[in-house]
Design a protein around this ligand. Sequence first.
Ligand code: MGD
Ligand code: MGD
Ligand code: MO
Length: 773
Amino acid sequence: MAKRDETVTYDGPAGGWGSLRGIAEIAGKEGVSAGAMATLLEQNKPGGFACVSCAWTKRANHKAVEFCENGAKATLWELTSRKATLDVFARHTLADLRGFSDHDLEQLGRLTHPLRYDSRSDRYIPCSWDEAFAEIGKELRAMEPKKTVFYTSGRASLETSYCWALFARAYGHNNLPDSSNMCHETTSVTLKKVIGSPVGTVVLDDFDHCDALFFFGQNTGTNSPRFLHQLQAAVRRGCKIVTFNPVRERGLESMINPQEPTAMVSGHETALSCQYHQVKPGGDIAVLLGLCKHVLAADDAARADDRQIIDHAFIAEHTTGFEAFEARLRSLDWSDIEEVSGVTRAAIEAAGTVYVEAENAIGIYGMGLTQHMHGFENIATYVNLLLMKGNIGRKGAGISPVRGHSNVQGQRTVGIAEKPELVPLDRLAELFDFAPPREKGMNTVEACEAILKGEVSAFISLGGNFLRAVPEQRAMEEAWPRMRLTVQIATKLNRSHLINGEIAYLLPCLGRSEMDLLTGKPQVVSMEDSLSCVHGSVGKRTPASKDLKSEIEIVSRLAEATLPPNPNMPWGNWARDTAAVRDLIEKTYPDEFRDFNARLFTPGGFYRGHPARERQWKTESGKAEFVTPEMLSATGYQTAPERFTLITLRSNDQFNTTIYGYSDRLRGIEGKRDVLLINPGEIDRLGLAVGERVTVVCDAEDDIDRRVTGLEIMPFDLPDGCVAGYYPELNPLVPLSHHDRASKTPAYKSVPVRIKRNGEARLSFPGADKPSS
Ligand SMILES: Nc1nc2c(c(=O)[nH]1)N[C@H]1C(S)=C(S)[C@@H](COP(=O)(O)OP(=O)(O)OC[C@H]3O[C@@H](n4cnc5c(=O)[nH]c(N)nc54)[C@H](O)[C@@H]3O)O[C@H]1N2
Ligand SMILES: Nc1nc2c(c(=O)[nH]1)N[C@H]1C(S)=C(S)[C@@H](COP(=O)(O)OP(=O)(O)OC[C@H]3O[C@@H](n4cnc5c(=O)[nH]c(N)nc54)[C@H](O)[C@@H]3O)O[C@H]1N2
Ligand SMILES: [Mo]
């Protein structure tokens, strides 16, 4: 019988020697040269290149080494000596390649040559760049623009993104879904509504002045490890960290800083969270309401002797909606809060006391709050908690979403948006002398719906792995070939490149760490990080192949081949001179990008500014808005006997759909990804055995059969009623209709499922079960 202390765990800290071993392993596996290793030292420094991994900010007073385990892995993945050369595509049909796992596809190495799909042989065959641009342009010219979709994954630079969005609008649509539609779109919608700006309010310096940090659903040790330095420094100063997460993530419990030799030698760990509460998935609205209720009770008590906890003056001057929210808090029963959250009143009050006692508090969050049907209410209630004590718009305080891809926030800033009201269309019309389309375009979920209905003729993808990242994977893969044209601009092969429209191209591009030498001198690009700082980036390495083009050149050539000539849009010049694009960005967004080119290499980046930080609320009411959530659970569905809530997780050895390897070191899971994590009590209650293979079936209330077979039962410390497994292998289980009601971000963190015994022995997804190399 499995007991709680037999769960799979990792007792070591985050960082430490384990992280250095992680880097060495990938360097060996990718056959990385000494020169490429040396390139790592130029990462995240002025004059160097911005890390391609997470969006955490780069500090001004940088150290000799400014990369982390996962940043190094991402760069070495790009600088691999492996190449997916033409003979790979001559050897394998696409049907063959569809049998490869995500890991094995990308292990083939960097794409080296533009490719066109040949349906007769079911192979990719080489083509010339000119041929590719000409045919894609011809096809697009013949299509109805509003039936085409231009997707972006959050890596492309500000310059490329600006050109991409301009291309879409000049062609005639706003169909610009972005990976952020699957990620922090909930943030963009909620924060815009409640504080008037779609991004976090915190700057790096605030971490030196806060007394408490709250963590809801963000896994720093794996997904933004450079942030651990700020956390370590804050804890050493006496700041308290309180975490709410169904999974006990090691990176939030303790760390060893690999940049501190004495700590490395002594093994001295810094404990990070002083309280760690294993909330049920989707239980955060209840927890946050409980915390607010505790603040209210503390304020009632304080007012009896003429003190106050709530910042009543701030609420009166700066907010709306507090009365309704207060009434809701007073009428709430603790028993309901406890039931939905799975956290006891005493535990919530203990966390609430840390908040009450902190002069300045910061609220941090990630996918654990955004990817639910009621993600909007998760974030809005979090902001309510901060507003109650005036913790927005002052030093050491604020709301801090931790973004994903390295430029995902910036892409939105420079116009990649399906919502025309977010873009200064009049200014674009004036600058470029054209009539931008004014109708709302499709976001990711809407693009999927349209593709499923057969209403999309072309899908052009600037990076990413759309078909593997989206919900409803089976049906999406079936519907995809009904499109006339699919084009993928990418660095490495992935599953989205193997399922094609009638006409299909795979166009290989430079990675960010590589030199763009179109004009002989290296071009510069730029990105915006999670804390709204903009950084310049210059590639340093010789490109993986002479046949690669920069993303901005590919986008410009596509635009040139598609659009009628317009003297105000000299596409050819822009790829040769990214500084000219920065001037256009400055003209389009003069407040944010003043003196863009001059400030490009400001150490630590230049700050784009944030109205809510100055307590200017650009909301409908002109004030910060309290929202009163009606529901307590964010899952959006009822509990039912034998219905489990599935969380899809990232391992420490992956970047989204890129699987570097099979070691989830910080969770103690080694050598496999075909697992279903579940607590020992639940294993016993269901009469299952550790190691048994099961089938997991989606339990959404519709009649679509969504299942994954062959998952191995693994005992893991999780709340009752909840199971966890890996993204993207479990994406066939996620219903497209389950998304945040306000932003349409898919509910990847609370999928209703049932577990069936007698699962087949192998994972039903091709090749995804076992490492083969
Ligand atoms: N190495 C690496 N770095 C990455 C990425 C990567 O894949 N690998 N991906 C990048 C991208 S695009 C993104 S968006 C970010 C993602 O970074 P995160 O925002 O950290 O996203 P996840 O790892 O998906 O999930 C975060 C945490 O939410 C918890 N969680 C799940 N459900 C709930 C819930 O209902 N409530 C609460 N409170 N917690 C919950 C999970 O246990 C997990 O610890 O990281 C970026 N950085
Ligand atoms: N179940 C589940 N699904 C999820 C999530 C989840 O937590 N659970 N998370 C969601 C989130 S937060 C996100 S952001 C999405 C991610 O969705 P995407 O952003 O679409 O996916 P990635 O895996 O980041 O894309 C990887 C591919 O990008 C290409 N690439 C890498 N670097 C470059 C480059 O410099 N240029 C170009 N052109 N291509 C490049 C490579 O070909 C690589 O195979 O997935 C979402 N899907
Ligand atoms: Mo993301």
